[in-house]
Write a protein that binds this ligand. Structure first.
Ligand code: PGA
Length: 247
């Protein structure tokens, strides 16, 4: 079964999430895909309550690169696990740019997440300038190698890679199937060269960036990918349920 991961970003109060869950769970076909909802921290408890009887997994969007202690405002891996979280997004381009997360921080976060037995959704992808100067593959390779430095091959089983070209995020301009397959093949080659051919073949690789009801079927059917990461289109409960049901 393919994966569909929702990234709610900084949207939704506790009350909004409650209403969302009631509508979403009444409309979605849970057997269409392996679904994970990555909610804001403050909505995790209500998400856990509503998802406990479902096949849908609970995810978070970030974790601290520190394990515990004097780090005001931070949330660590252990806290996420105790909140019922199974997966966490790391390396999203919004965090790389706005919050200055470099590859060293991303690598630390991945190691802490894995140590806490969380699944990791690692985002990689090139900017428009990098695309236009033909640096897509180089960018992806560097991001992957720096993020996964020091990981054991068996740990990769709990890492999903999301190819998210920055120019496609929230822009209404999704990458073409050809562009997606080109990047995903490159991702698999890096994993194969750096870990093993098995890792290259079996690691889950998703696409994210302007997924809508209109392009979801085509993208979900692309041979090279194992699913999608959805931002804007997950925010309306009915709309997202129909996107999943269409997939
Ligand atoms: P989008 O966002 O679907 O709104 O383009 C994807 C993401 O940022 O993960």
């Amino acid at each position: 079964m393919k994966q569909i991961i929702a990234n709610f970003k900084m949207n939704g109060t506790v009350e909004d999430t409650k209403e969302y869950m009631i509508e979403f769970l009444s409309k979605v076909d849970q057997n269409k895909a392996e679904i994970t909802l990555c909610l804001p921290y403050t909505s995790l408890a209500v998400g856990r309550y509503f998802l406990s009887d479902s096949n849908i997994k609970l995810g978070a969007q970030n974790l601290s690169d520190e394990e515990e202690g004097k780090f005001t405002g931070e949330i660590n891996g252990k806290m996420l696990v105790s909140a019922g979280v199974q997966s966490v997004i790391v390396g999203h381009s919004e965090r790389r740019t706005k919050f200055k997360e470099n590859s060293k921080i991303i690598n630390k976060k991945i190691k802490i997440a894995l140590k806490n037995r969380l699944n990791v959704i690692l985002c990689v992808g090139e900017s428009l300038t990098e695309k236009n100067t033909l640096k897509t593959l180089e960018t992806i390779k560097n991001q992957l190698e720096e993020a996964l430095k020091g990981l054991y091959e068996n740990e990769l089983e709990r890492v999903t890679i999301a190819y998210e070209p920055i120019w496609a995020i929230g822009s209404g301009k999704s990458a073409t199937i050809k562009e997606i397959e080109y990047a995903v093949k490159a991702i698999r080659k890096v994993l194969s060269d750096d870990f093993s051919p098995k890792a290259g073949k079996e690691t889950q690789v998703l696409y994210g960036g302007s997924i809508t009801n209109k392009n979801v079927q085509n993208i979900m059917r692309a041979k090279e990918i194992n699913g999608i990461l959805v931002g804007g289109a997950c925010l309306d409960a009915g709309g997202f349920a129909s996107l999943i049901n269409l997939s």
